[in-house]
Design a protein around this ligand. Structure first.
Ligand SMILES: Cc1cc2nc3c(=O)[nH]c(=O)nc-3n(C[C@H](O)[C@H](O)[C@H](O)COP(=O)(O)OP(=O)(O)OC[C@H]3O[C@@H](n4cnc5c(N)ncnc54)[C@H](O)[C@@H]3O)c2cc1C
Length: 367
């Protein structure tokens, strides 16, 4: 159980809004660097966060490098991609599958940062204003996810069907498996949009879900229910949540930084956001340390942070481009068939962490 402390009249080096992977990693790195750190979340951890829970090799490697321990509840060595009428199977380093309530709580507990449960309403004149109180920080980090109140307060908020897709998931009971299924065909056929359904194995069942982007949001709960049942699973509680389509508008303003999904840092084609949340959260903490302790100035923090996360921002922006390409290809079955196997192979190598989108966008002849 976390101790909610009385933080009135305390001024922190870093006040973090959100105890997801971005906020918790930022808190972990910041406290390690000796920064006085407060985390605020509207929900008491451990809390649910709708997510596939898939940790790609680059994600678990990054967690290992940071020295963060994390629980996993399943995984797969085999990935079956269903696209353009093909079933393409790849056997690689495992994708580990976690349960977000426990994963996020584990990361947060390792930070040792102070915690307050409060719903943040806005950030005004450098002060975080919540329902229950106000919190002073030399630097404020918005790590409050897709519906970020912090991003809204600095005027960079956007949440609609152009910036975000909707994704739904359930924890289903069913047969054991060592195969992750990524099914683009079923979503195109049933929903008529680019996206994919997934089955990520867990002990005693699987995380089953779907995300579909570009175009107005639709309720995909029935799709998930039928998809899971057809695959032999018994559906549990259903959760839906917006997910950024790689829409990075800003990394902050003044002494306010944005990290993780609050900054839009999600792969628009795969929906992978945990990796970017952890990477940008860690970068925010390092930038805060450099700005405050090395340069002795709040104003130096945002420029340092911007430099540190630039490669991730560029990568994520490319995923938006690839999503547009996917939409074009998906609408032309003949093109999809022609490029099918080749593209699936390249795409699979990205979500297993073997290649980057920069590589993917090079002419095919260079491979
Ligand atoms: C259905 C679905 C499936 C997904 N599957 C995967 C996957 O398999 N692998 C992967 O890598 N990514 C996946 N993603 C994306 C991933 O879940 C997110 O990108 C990731 O959680 C972002 O982390 P974050 O720390 O930035 O924000 P979040 O995890 O969203 O955490 C934000 C935190 O801020 C808190 N908060 C929000 N508003 C306020 C407020 N006003 N005041 C105080 N606290 C607040 C919330 O309670 C929450 O704890 C999926 C997303 C969805 C929707």
């Amino acid at each position: 159980m976390l101790k909610n402390i009385d933080v009135k009249n305390l001024v922190y080096d870093l006040v973090i809004v959100g105890a997801g992977p971005a906020g918790s990693t930022a808190a972990y790195v910041a406290t390690k660097l000796g920064l006085k750190t407060l985390v605020i979340d509207r929900l008491q951890p451990p809390r649910e966060k709708p997510c596939g829970g898939g940790l790609t090799p680059r994600t678990w490697r990054l967690l290992n490098r940071l020295g963060l321990e994390f629980p996993t509840y399943g995984g797969c060595r085999v990935i079956e991609t269903r696209a353009a009428g093909y079933r393409f199977t790849l056997e690689k380093e495992p994708i580990l599958v976690t349960r977000r309530p426990h994963f996020d709580y584990a990361l947060f507990k390792q930070s040792g940062a102070d915690f307050v449960r409060d719903q943040v309403l806005t950030v005004k004149s450098g002060v975080v204003v919540g329902r229950l109180g106000e919190y002073g920080g030399r630097i404020i980090l918005g790590a409050d996810g897709a519906t970020s109140a912090v991003a809204k307060s600095i005027g960079v908020y956007r949440l609609d069907y152009k910036s975000h897709a909707m994704a739904y998931m359930t924890i289903a009971e069913g047969p054991p498996s060592d195969t992750c299924v990524v099914d683009i065909d079923s979503v195109l056929r049933e929903v008529g949009k680019p996206g994919y359904a997934w089955i990520f194995p867990l002990d005693g069942g699987a995380n089953v879900g779907v995300g579909a982007g570009l175009g107005r949001w639709i309720d995909l709960r029935n799709f998930v229910r039928k998809y899971a049942e057809d695959a032999g699973y018994r559906v549990g509680q259903m959760w839906g949540h917006p997910i950024s389509l790689g829409h990075v508008r800003s990394l902050g303003r003044g002494n306010v930084l944005l990290a993780g999904e609050a900054a839009g840092l999600v792969d628009a084609t795969t929906g992978e956001g945990i990796y970017y949340a952890i990477a940008s959260g860690a970068a925010a903490a390092v930038a805060t340390y450099v700005g405050l302790k090395v340069y002795g100035s709040e104003r130096r923090v945002l420029p340092v942070y911007t430099q540190l996360v630039k490669p991730y921002v560029e990568e994520v922006k490319k995923t938006r481009l690839i999503l547009q390409m996917a939409k074009y290809i998906a609408a032309r079955p003949a093109v999809a068939k022609l490029l099918g196997k080749r593209l699936i192979k390249l795409y699979s190598s990205v979500y297993t962490g073997e290649a980057t989108y920069s590589l993917l966008l090079k002419p095919v002849s260079q491979f």
